[in-house]
Design a protein around this ligand. Structure first.
Ligand code: ZN
Length: 237
């Protein structure tokens, strides 16, 4: 156990990717009650919605103590993002950098919307801690992944709901190699292997090509980040 168990409950934004899977393990090491939430926004990599169910099933089987603390999983419909459109994360267009320095996989407002929806669920479920895998160390440059955005969102949500939610970002200041190290720290090789084979990061939804770092096209920004982190972590192990 990394830190003493906290009696308060947590809600983890679990997409089915490496980062949020690591955050789920982080939360299960700290909180006595953990629930998960995902979002269907018609993402091109919809495979992550299937992968996340299977991941939870396997996690329960491999880590019975965590399974006892792991409660409900839910997927909310965030299809409004698809209606807004014009992003390579949803539409079948080439992934490239925009004139504003952001890749066209950027979905404006996505993380703020997800955090708002998750916190509304946490309000109903009596869960005080919200855990998200956003990171501004080794990332695609999305401004809504930055620490300041998360802190400002926490303030806005607490004011708007007259509450004291704590938004946790365990990965904010570590790179992708550090994310693998964190998985190792919390669940050892069994967890690293499960995250490697059982999560999905690839933006274009390739879940058939297997690499040493997991499934993916190997070329999109998400695959590049994941592959680079895996290699750096292996060197350091
Ligand atoms: Zn890819």
């Amino acid at each position: 156990m990394i830190t003493p168990m906290n009696d308060e409950g947590a809600l983890v934004l679990f997409s089915g990717g490496q980062d949020s899977a690591t955050c789920l393990a982080w939360a299960l090491s700290r909180f006595s009650r953990v629930e998960t939430i995902g979002f269907d926004y018609r993402q091109r990599h919809r495979i992550e919605l299937e992968v996340r169910q299977e991941f939870i099933k396997e996690l329960r089987a491999i880590f019975p103590a965590w399974s006892a603390r792991l409660g409900e999983d839910r997927v909310l419909d965030a299809g409004a993002l698809a209606a807004i459109g014009q992003t390579a994360m949803i539409e079948d267009v080439a992934i490239e950098m925009g004139a504003n320095g952001l890749p066209n996989t950027f979905v404006p407002g996505r993380n703020i919307l997800f955090l708002t929806l998750a916190t509304a669920v946490a309000y109903r479920r009596g869960l005080r801690h919200i855990v998200t895998g956003v990171c501004e160390t080794d990332y695609s440059g999305y401004p809504d992944c930055r620490d300041d955005t998360i802190k400002a969102t926490q303030v806005a949500l607490n004011l708007g709901m007259e509450a004291r939610f704590a938004l946790h970002t365990p990965l904010m200041w570590i790179d992708k190699a550090g994310t693998w190290a964190m998985a190792m720290e919390h669940g050892g090789r069994d967890l690293v292997n499960l995250i490697n084979r059982g999560t999905h990061s690839c933006y274009i939804g390739d879940h058939t090509t297997r690499h040493d770092w997991g499934f993916g096209c190997g070329e999109c920004p998400a695959c590049e980040l994941r592959a680079g982190g895996w290699r750096r972590w292996l060197k350091g192990v």
